[in-house]
Design a protein around this ligand. Structure first.
Ligand code: SF4
Length: 393
């Protein structure tokens, strides 16, 4: 079986973009019983629509059901699991033994053990498999050698994080966010307080000269994808259900290209794939724990780690072949004279120059300034609905 590319999706639109841009599967959270409290979670109707969309493309949808349930929630969970099975979801992701037990008791649904369970060894995998788990999402703190060893010695499906935020506290085993902002990290509300800027005080005296951060750099495992595929890892997972359409599309597009290149024996150097990611990858991202050599190189300290949202100029709504122009929904400021990149599913990145902009009142303007306004721009390149226009780096 070809290794799966698994992308996050915070809503139906992101689900569709992730799949169109190359994901084999997406994971989403239901409105109830999911940790990602603020990640625009899906209703059962949304889940049904998402599953139908994915299955038409021969792709999959997994649902996170990773609450830590109370006794009073038993009936709700049973009903929910049965509804998910009826809808035809491809699997659920759980962290609580209670939900694993209930999924095995009441359904035949595919169950993945969440990274929240911090599985770092074969014994833990055997334990969860003995209880009926089909897949284990490994803890992000493992090296590539540990991942290879685990995969060589188990038939249980293995999922590995390859891209996105890292946590300094073993996936949420940290109360910094709870303490600093009353947002529960293990309840899905982490405020990433480890990435804030801090000073050190000895008694009342500040003793540092520059502020610093204590979080981890983002993960970018481009260098290890071939090793993971060769090792037989079943699923490569990207973090970030709160991320934008442009982020999920770009990251899906890049890893789709890389995974296909591995299978076609045509892998290029890392710089090639970093360029495909454009400004969506932070150049200070690291390979996390994969190298097995952990140092302050994996720590954020003074460096920023954020999504480059301004590089996302717009989404193509329609293309007029005769007039050689394109209708664009604006997402960020751009102007006449700029060179832009066009990202299209399954095609190489193309470059175009903006020669004119006609605003929604039909007036020729020099700049597109209003988010969500529909403007018309020139394009000699034939574009399609859902193509993405972004800043040329
Ligand atoms: S504050 Fe940082 S270390 Fe703590 S749970 Fe959140 S991401 Fe992890």
């Amino acid at each position: 079986m070809k290794t799966e590319l698994l992308m996050p999706a915070g809503n139906l639109e992101k689900l569709k973009y992730s799949l169109m841009y190359g994901a084999d599967a997406v994971y989403i959270g239901g409105k109830v019983l999911s940790l990602r409290a603020q990640a625009s979670n899906f209703t059962l109707e949304d889940i049904k629509e998402g599953v139908e969309f994915a299955h038409k493309l021969n792709k999959k949808v997994y649902i996170t059901v990773n609450v830590i349930p109370r006794e009073s929630e038993k009936d709700l969970i049973k009903d929910y699991l049965e509804s998910l099975e009826k809808i035809g979801v491809d699997g659920i992701i759980v962290s609580s033994p209670a939900i694993l037990y209930m999924a095995r008791t009441y359904t035949k649904i595919h169950v993945s053990i969440s990274t929240q369970a911090s599985v770092t060894n074969l014994s833990a995998i055997k334990f969860y498999a003995s209880l009926g788990a089909n897949r284990v999402v490994l803890a992000r703190e493992l090296s590539i050698d540990e991942i290879k060893y685990i995969k060589e010695n188990t038939d249980t499906e293995i999922e590995v994080f390859i891209h996105g935020g890292m946590c300094s506290g073993f996936s949420g085993r940290c109360t910094l966010s709870n303490y600093m902002s009353r947002r529960d990290a293990n309840g899905g509300g982490c405020a990433h307080s480890c990435r804030w800027s801090y000073d050190i005080y000895e008694d009342d005296k500040k003793i540092n000269t520059e502020t610093f951060k204590i979080g981890s750099k983002d993960l970018c495992a481009i260098s290890y994808i071939k090793d993971m595929i060769d090792a037989g890892v079943d699923s490569l997972k990207v973090e970030g259900r709160m991320k934008s359409i442009s982020y999920v599309s770009t990251i899906a597009y890049t890893y789709r290209t890389l995974i296909d290149d591995v299978y076609n024996n045509s892998v290029k150097d890392n710089e090639y794939y970093l360029n495909l990611m454009g400004e969506q990858v932070n150049r200070s991202a690291s390979d996390g724990f994969l190298s097995g050599h952990i140092s302050n190189e994996q720590t954020l300290y003074a460096k920023e780690s954020s999504e480059a949202t301004q590089a996302f100029y717009g989404i193509v709504l329609d293309y007029d072949k005769d007039k050689r122009c394109v209708l664009v929904e604006v997402r960020n400021f751009f102007k006449v004279g700029e060179k832009v990149e066009i990202l299209s599913p399954g095609k190489p990145i193309r470059v175009s120059t903006i020669e004119y902009i006609i605003n929604s009142d039909g007036v020729m303007v020099n700049e597109a300034t209003h988010a969500l306004e529909k403007v018309t721009i020139n394009s000699n390149i034939e574009l399609n609905k859902h193509d993405i226009i972004r800043r040329l780096k």
